[in-house]
Design a protein around this ligand. Structure first.
Ligand SMILES: Cc1cc2nc3c(=O)[nH]c(=O)nc-3n(C[C@H](O)[C@H](O)[C@H](O)COP(=O)(O)O)c2cc1C
Length: 177
């Protein structure tokens, strides 16, 4: 299969996640193209892909504008092929805040008109070196509100890599079928 993985990232964690998925897909014998949604998609011919994954992260309760635009622009094609959405946030890292993570996805789906056949809510990361003062305050507030470990300003990765690998496997199985 030809698989397209498009992603939007602000501090880099979703790029890392998209790269891991691309590695998984290629290790399972498929061809894969990775696309940063910040770049022009004029060269992308979506018709040549058999399966598609879009990954984006949440900032102030919203996914990146670039991935919203991408999903909206291509919703017709994406609704026609096996297509999955990976939503990266801090809310996804804790059982009690997963409904919040799901609500970001619900809003994304209603805005874009794309109905992903599979969705993964995946924990992101704290990268304090990447934040300006305002972002740092926002993140500290989120971390405190959610009772996540890193209130001390230390970086931390909440991404469950095994869950991601399992998700990719399941997605490829379903897409092949
Ligand atoms: C300024 C800022 C606002 C954020 N807002 C939210 C939020 O509203 N809800 C949430 O669950 N996570 C929030 N996060 C956490 C990010 O989703 C998380 O850090 C993710 O790993 C970012 O992915 P990226 O590095 O690919 O951009 C926020 C992070 C920052 C820096």
């Amino acid at each position: 299969m030809n698989v397209l993985i498009a992603y939007g990232t602000t501090e880099g964690q979703t790029r890392k996640i998209a790269e891991r998925m691309a590695r998984d897909v290629s290790e399972r014998g498929h061809s894969v193209e990775l696309h940063d949604a910040l770049k022009s998609d004029a060269h992308l011919d979506l018709e040549k892909f058999h399966a598609f994954v879009l990954a984006g992260s949440v900032h102030q309760e919203q996914h990146q504008k670039v991935i919203k635009n991408f999903a909206t622009a291509h919703s017709k094609r994406l609704n026609a092929i096996p297509a999955a959405f990976v939503s990266v946030s801090l809310s996804a890292a804790l059982e009690e805040t997963r409904p919040e993570a799901q609500s970001y996805v619900d809003r994304f789906v209603s805005l874009t008109g794309w109905q992903p056949r599979m969705t993964l809510l995946l924990g992101g990361a704290l990268r304090f070196a990447e934040y300006d003062y305002f972002q740092e305050q926002v993140v500290k507030f989120i971390v405190m509100r959610r009772g996540l470990a890193s209130e001390d300003g230390a970086d931390h990765e909440f991404t469950d890599w095994n869950a991601l690998d399992r998700f990719v496997d399941e997605f490829l199985e379903r897409a092949k079928a």
